[in-house]
Design a protein around this ligand. Structure first.
Ligand code: 5AD
Length: 434
């Protein structure tokens, strides 16, 4: 199974290559010194990942060509927006009109959109977001994989089920061999081209060890690696980048410093932000975002989260609902509601229409079984599938009853592709860095 369309190299200018995808030109960053015009490559997150043989490329392209245009047609059909006559509030219609024309919206207006409740108005909000998604990023949808390799964590985050609060959790740390085996399965059997390596902040797995592992992975496979192991420090960032990691997934959780402090006693929002800035400066693609629906969080806070994520040069926005975990101090608080999450995804798209990859998170799927489709029709254009072996997934209990835990990966892939094809999306990543 293939999650990306091969591109044909047109020009190589230093580290920047121009790729052709059925006539569409995209630029990507290249680190392979043997790349030449006319080579066929896979690119992920704007990085050239690997060269594939012309025979293989042509056979994939010939199968995909028709599908490619069919999917674009479906997407176009599903993306039409008519802003008139559905009985929605005039003021909201005016704001959405402005959004469609990409005029700058005031905070007050963005807040109105973020807090929309009425179904008719929300329907229009999602349509506008979906329209902007198609206009600038066409129908491509990233499908990344994630391996949760250790559930040990020394942090005391008040919401998190693998934090030190959870004394009843049977923790695990996958061995390097197990991790390598699972990466191989994900890449060779399932065709993933981008993987996130995630763990708690595990003192038993130093950045040096992780770097060794990444080197080993890169020796065996050509893929885009994101690390998601918390704050590894400036040196850790360098070490992991040198080893071949090119992305980092680290949420700042909330842009409200007081709320951050109350949820993470002893830690500061500033240090998290500094880490994310440093990661970007080091050259990482940054995936970040926040927890939506945290106790004490206001709509203004969520809007600040959106702006902070944008200002951090986010490559992919990861905004998901808070879900209370019984073994944490926040066990009795209500979970976020699905509408707030969808509104957040749509407002994200309106705030960053041209570049944003916006993820539909598994946490959203956990509170709403229709989340993938709803999110993708409301501005989102990325999904992540969990490729952690089943026996471990259950113990990686950041929140309870995670979606898809009992569904085999093959089946999850099948369902995801069915959905993407049904709504006219191409499971590919033609992003441009920078
Ligand atoms: N509900 C939803 N998401 C959670 N996370 C941690 N605990 C919870 C929870 N109770 C998210 C955090 C973290 C990511 C790995 O998991 O946002 O960054």
């Amino acid at each position: 199974m293939c999650y990306a369309i091969p591109g044909k190299v047109e020009t190589v200018l230093g580290n920047i290559v121009t790729l052709d995808y059925f006539g569409e030109k995209k630029q990507a960053y290249n680190e392979l010194d043997y790349l030449r015009p006319d080579d066929f490559v896979y690119a992920q997150g704007g990085f050239v990942i690997r060269v594939i043989s012309p025979e293989e490329a042509r056979s994939i392209l010939s199968v995909f060509k028709e599908t490619f245009y069919e999917l674009q047609e479906i997407d176009l059909r599903l993306t039409r927006v008519g802003l008139k006559d559905n009985g929605a509030d005039k003021d909201i219609l005016r704001i959405l009109d402005k959004a469609l024309e990409e005029k700058k919206l005031s905070r007050a207006n963005l807040l109105k959109l973020l807090t929309l409740k009425a179904p008719r108005e929300r329907e229009l909000l999602y349509k506008v977001a979906n329209f902007l998604r198609r206009k600038y990023l066409s129908n491509s949808c990233c499908v990344h994989g994630i391996i949760e390799f250790s559930s040990y964590c020394w942090r005391n985050c008040a919401y998190c089920g693998i934090s030190t609060h959870n004394q009843n959790l049977k923790r695990y740390r996958m061995s390097e061999t197990e991790i390598l085996e699972n990466v191989t399965l994900a890449v060779e059997k399932h065709g993933f081209q981008a993987l996130v390596l995630q763990s708690g902040e595990d003192t038993g797995f130093s950045p040096k060890q992780l770097a060794e592992l990444i080197r080993e992975i890169k020796k065996r496979h050509q893929l885009l690696i994101f690390v998601s192991c918390g704050e590894v420090g400036p040196e850790g960032l360098e070490t992991l980048y040198e080893a071949g990691a090119r992305g980092i997934l680290l949420r700042f959780e909330t842009a409200n410093p007081l709320l951050y402090r109350s949820l993470h006693p002893g830690s500061y929002l500033n240090s998290r932000i500094e880490h994310l800035k440093r990661a970007y400066e080091t050259g990482y693609l940054v995936i970040t975002g926040s927890l939506v629906g945290l106790p004490g969080q206001t709509p203004e806070d969520i809007l600040d989260d959106i702006f902070l994520a944008r200002d951090l040069h986010t490559e992919m926005y990861s905004f998901g609902p808070f879900i209370p975990h019984p073994e944490t101090p926040l066990s009795t608080f209500p979970q976020a509601d699905s509408i707030t999450i969808l509104n957040t995804l749509a407002v994200l798209r309106i705030v960053d229409p041209r570049n944003a990859k916006i993820l539909v998170t598994s946490s959203f799927e956990t509170i709403d079984p229709q989340a993938k489709e709803k999110g993708l029709m409301a501005g989102a254009n990325s999904v992540m599938l969990n490729v952690t072996p089943g026996e471990y997934q259950k113990s990686y209990s950041i929140y309870p009853n995670r979606a898809n835990e009992d569904i085999a990966l093959e089946e999850q892939i099948r369902r995801t592709l069915d959905l993407l094809y049904r709504i006219g999306r191409a499971p590919t990543d033609l992003g441009v860095k920078g």
